[in-house]
Ligand binder design. Structure first.
Ligand code: MG
Length: 423
């Protein structure tokens, strides 16, 4: 996409800015994708807290069958009169394990990535889908939910990074309602309450800066996986924690924000805010700045999305301004955190570039977690994959996923070359 095309997006956000949200029935039929992950568990916590509002009709997990069993037992207790939910297990081996248990009967959907889509399409009735899946695999179920015209509480940022334009088209044609769960985008959505898109001048995404915010470049060469996984403020899954340490997470969020709010890249700033109290801000065209503050608790943005921007009572930790005393902000260091720069450039290039960026990052992060790649080499793998892959446009989900697969192969090859040259 050219910067001009990007400009034309202003005023046409994917997020239903300034529009009334639909009233869901009570209980609302809920699908939880990534049900045993960080977002999924917190979704189930909210269902437990507000059992009259929700009826879980399908859950999808990758491989944690033991945790799935506990989850289903728990659901049977909190929604005793409801039909037991459909169950998707995407990992083949884990699916085989789930199938031999027998008690899932006809409720177990076929294995593979298609199971995520089936979890959205197979239930008789669906009102809301929480997509808490990690990675590009989350795109197809987001599209399916968009086509089904339901409310999507989106925590899978790759849906918009990999398929921003495709999701936009599917949401429009299906009449769906897409609400962000990511804390920064939820903060922006909260700041936009009652506003019109044309009133926005600038978005400011805050970043905690991760565990290496103040670490000198030469020290970054030696950091261990354990240090990478020790995030200072948020408690999240391993993939997103690594992304937070490289600031790739913020880069992906810039792309996500561009699609969600229809704001050109040059008007999306990133500011490092180590306390993570300010979750993000909007500057309006009259100069007023709105910020959303709170303790870092994902249940707040999650519930805001699920409940259609209603504020239900929640025992989240209250922010004590006097205890905080000072709010600190600093610019991100793009020399040390190359991933943030790469993500912004890929977003501005548009087309296949964000898909390649994301695929290479997923490969590099998996290699880091397996102990095959150093932290500092993540950016090198992404940069060389972006340089090797041809740039073009993307017309369908199938095409997007084919580019994703090709980029993964290229990233793996580049990773092997890099590791070989280093030894
Ligand atoms: Mg975030």
């Amino acid at each position: 996409m050219t910067p001009d095309a990007s400009d034309s997006l202003r005023g046409r956000p994917l997020y239903p800015c300034g529009q009334p949200l639909r009233q869901l029935p009570r209980p609302a039929a809920l699908v939880v994708l990534g049900a045993t992950g960080s977002i999924g568990r917190q979704t189930l916590e909210l269902v437990t807290r507000f059992p009259d509002h929700w009826e879980v009709v399908a859950v999808a997990v990758r491989s944690r069958v033991a945790e799935l069993t506990d989850l289903l037992t728990h659901l049977a207790q909190i929604q005793p009169t409801a039909k037991p939910p459909l169950v998707a297990v995407t990992d083949e081996a884990a699916h085989a394990k789930a199938a031999v248990r027998g008690d899932l009967g006809g409720r177990l959907l076929p294995a593979g990535a298609a199971a995520l889509v089936a979890a959205v399409t197979a239930p008789e009735h669906v009102d809301c889908v929480v997509n808490g899946v990690v990675g590009a695999v989350g795109l197809a179920p987001t599209i399916a939910a968009a086509e089904r015209g339901v409310r999507i509480a989106l925590a899978n940022k790759e849906s918009l990074v990999v398929g921003g334009e495709l999701v936009r088209a599917a949401v429009r044609s299906g009449g769906a309602e897409l609400l962000p769960v990511d804390s920064e985008h939820s903060a922006i959505a909260q700041c936009l309450s009652g506003r019109q898109p044309e009133e926005i001048e600038k978005l400011v995404l805050t970043a905690s800066g991760g565990p290496f915010r103040t670490m000198p470049a030469e020290k970054l060469r030696e950091v261990t996986v354990q240090e990478v996984l020790a995030h200072p403020t948020w408690n999240m899954g391993p993939k997103i924690t690594v992304d937070s340490a490289t600031l790739m997470n913020k880069g992906l969020e810039v792309i996500e924000a561009h699609h969600l709010f229809g704001v050109p890249y040059r008007d999306i700033d990133v500011v490092v805010h180590p306390g993570s109290y300010v979750h993000s801000c909007v500057t309006f065209r009259d100069g007023a700045v709105m910020a959303q503050l709170g303790s870092p608790d994902m249940r707040v943005p999650l519930m805001y999305a699920m409940a259609g921007e209603k504020r239900w009572p929640l025992a989240a930790e209250r922010l004590d301004l006097l205890r905080i005393g000072t709010l600190c902000f600093e610019p991100p260091d793009l020399e040390r955190f190359v991933c943030l720069r790469l993500a912004r450039e890929a977003g501005e290039a548009g087309g296949t570039a964000p898909i390649v960026l994301n695929a290479a990052n997923e490969v590099a992060v998996a290699a880091l977690l397996e102990g095959r790649l150093r932290y500092v080499d993540i950016a090198s793998v992404i940069a060389s994959t972006l340089a090797a892959m041809p740039q073009g446009s993307v017309a369908s989900v199938t095409e997007a996923l084919a580019i994703d697969a090709a980029a993964r192969r290229e990233a793996e090859a580049s990773l092997i070359r890099l590791v070989r040259n280093a030894t």
